[in-house]
Design a protein around this ligand. Structure first.
Ligand code: NAD
Length: 296
């Protein structure tokens, strides 16, 4: 059992924090939003009034925040974690942030005497609640060994992806592939339909043929074949266009820095950017299907 501070109790963090409590960890919870802190307290965490209060006496700090600037601010800003936590403790950042920001955080954490792991997640709010997230962690092996049992209380699959920032690298490469494969799946279903196949028939064939992929078999963007997919509830997320666009921006930035050719990744980014600019940030990312059909 560890003494943990959890910072960032939003859509994802709320459920993750509750699962740590369920696993009998001693958890102090902090968020800028007092309602989120109150909700965490109702689920068994100790409500903290500030970062300083949350990190007092803990062995581990977990962050689940919107972007890199929030993580760097919470860690190293005035009255942040580094200013108040005991040196030598483990910082686990589960947010999705830029690889460069994660590597900068690792470097500064180490120079200020902290251990760090970047451990972004795959899986949405339902997986955060159910404790079935996939974690991909980056950092020195010794840090990962310490983080693993804590991450296992919130997830089903936990991977060590390598050194600092490699968790974020795995996450954005995976999500870039997801964005591309979703658009491809939408185009295939739309083409099949225009050529006279109904969605069920095309699904039966393609889901056991060489076009098979997760976007089709687990999250089919055409209504019908996969009852749990957002296509059956008018594309309510799920995983919203805004979230996919965030991850594609991160992938494009990282690819630029690394000199990697991601021409389909950039095309996917422009397709989601276009949906966002037309006001569809809140649509599920499989809603590209609706756009192809001229229904947006
Ligand atoms: P969210 O906006 O619901 O939650 C973020 C929380 O952080 C909010 O409660 C906010 O008040 C809090 N916060 C912001 N700045 C803070 C600060 N300085 N101090 C304390 N608290 C602060 O976001 P979310 O959907 O929970 O996502 C969190 C992270 O997880 C993001 O990086 C996102 O990309 C990633 N992610 C989300 C999903 C998803 O389906 N929602 C899936 C995978 C990964």
């Amino acid at each position: 059992m560890a003494k943990i501070a959890f910072i960032g109790l939003g859509n994802m963090g709320g459920g993750m924090c509750a699962n740590l409590v369920k696993a009998h960890h001693d958890v102090a919870a902090f968020d800028l939003n007092p309602a989120a802190v109150a909700a965490a307290a109702e689920r068994g965490a100790r409500p903290a009034a500030s970062i300083a209060d949350a990190v007092s006496g803990v062995d581990v700090v977990i962050t689940m925040l919107p972007a890199g600037k929030h993580v760097l601010g919470v860690y190293f800003g005035q009255d942040g974690v580094a200013a108040h936590a005991q040196q030598g403790i483990l910082l686990i950042d589960c947010s999705t942030i830029a690889v460069d920001d994660a590597r900068a955080a690792h470097e500064q954490a180490q120079s200020e005497g902290f251990m760090m792991v970047d451990a972004p997640v795959s899986g949405g709010v339902a997986a955060a609640e159910a404790g079935t997230l996939t974690f991909m962690a980056g950092g020195p092996g010794i840090n990962y060994t310490l983080a693993e049992p804590v991450l296992k209380a919130m997830g089903k699959n936990v991977f060590h992806a390598g050194g600092p920032g490699n968790g974020q690298a795995a996450k954005i490469a995976n999500n870039m592939l997801l964005g591309i494969s979703m658009i491809g799946t939408c185009e295939a279903f739309n083409l099949a339909e225009k050529l006279g196949l109904d969605a069920e028939t095309f699904f039966k064939i393609s889901s056991v043929s060489s076009g098979q992929c997760w976007s089709m078999t687990s999250y089919c963007p055409a209504p019908g074949p996969v009852p749990t997919s957002p296509a059956n509830r008018d594309y309510k997320p799920g995983f919203a266009v805004a979230m996919m666009l965030k991850d594609l921006h991160l992938a494009a930035g990282a690819a630029r820095a690394a000199g990697a050719d991601i021409r389909l990744g950039k095309l996917a980014e422009s397709i989601y950017q276009n949906l966002s600019e037309r006001g569809f940030d809140g649509l599920d990312f499989s809603g590209v299907m609706k756009d192809l059909k001229g229904e947006l």
